[in-house]
Design a protein. Structure first.
Length: 98
């Protein structure tokens, strides 16, 4: 079987980025969300008046709210961490970046 490697690589190079951009963007956004959750959780613990709340599940509810805020911030552009990561990944283009 004779396969032309250059034509196959060209086909993969033109097809793969379109398919992989969505996965890369989601991974970068999710990573930024994790970082923002950690940041917001630290800020919440530091500045909240009721950080000593001992009711059952209070910490879990606080963390759920913190994650929701972090997810929303990351989904709407975040602090640019996700875009920074995407810029340094091969074969991906960041929408709106030059």
């Amino acid at each position: 079987m004779n396969v032309d490697l250059s034509s196959e690589l060209g086909r993969i190079a033109t097809a793969a980025p379109t398919r992989e951009i969505g996965k890369a963007e989601k991974a970068a956004r999710d990573f930024e969300s994790v970082l923002l959750t950690s940041l917001f959780d630290s800020l919440q613990k530091t500045f909240a008046w009721d950080h000593e709340d001992s009711s059952p599940g209070a910490g879990n509810y606080r963390l759920m709210a913190t994650r929701a805020v972090a997810d929303a911030v990351a989904a709407n552009g975040g602090f640019g961490i996700g875009k920074f990561i995407l810029r340094h990944l091969p074969l991906t283009k960041v929408p709106g970046a030059s």
